[in-house]
Design a binder for this molecule. Sequence first.
Ligand SMILES: [Fe+2]
Ligand SMILES: [Fe+2]
Length: 243
Amino acid sequence: MIANPETTTRVDEVAAGIYRISTPLDVIPGGFTFNSYLLAAEEPLLFHTAYRKLFPITLEAVKKVMPVEKLRWIGGSHFESDEYGALNDFLAAAPQATAFGSEIGVLTSLNDYAARPARAFADGEVFSIGDRRMKWLYTPHVPHGWDCGVLFDVSTQTLLCGDLFTQPGAHMPPVTESEILSASEGMRGMLDYYAHATSTSAILERLASLQPSMLACQHGSAYRGDGAALLRELAATLTNGGR
Ligand SMILES: [Fe+2]
Ligand SMILES: [Fe+2]
């Protein structure tokens, strides 16, 4: 569904109760998408607020799914403007919502930036959003950010994988079953968004062991398929210095 004809912001249910809100911007040649994921649970959760300047657009898209005041959880993978820029606007619009992030993310950024106290999740911590269980995995420097982490929805086996598998392009299908590694390697060739950490392979193997059936990327299409195989292929590609 197109939520805003001017910006061509889309809202699509990509897995049961998981809505991908996607706005394309001309920040690189050929365009680039910024995705937030809204989980319509008993305690609704928004993963990535998108840029502060996009707040009215992202808000409009959230409202296509539910009243914004229903939001209880607002978080992101790591602290950058596309992940957390509109956090305080959303906290103001949703008075019962709590901001969340990794322990390091709360320590380094959210404690200062968020208008209300934020919740820090420990590595491997499982928490309930009512009818769904979520698992937070701390993934420092993968692909970037000391504070980086990803969120796993246990019920749909969806890995909200942040900037992993970032694909360029303005008008990407909401979901694809074709591999997304070639496109994300193309992006990495253009702009190397990976920290060169020694723990990358071990962290990617840990994510693969979750056996995700969907990789919900922040930039580009969500991938439906054997997420573990693709994560292992990514680890091998990075170890071998790229494609
Ligand atoms: Fe990032
Ligand atoms: Fe990002």
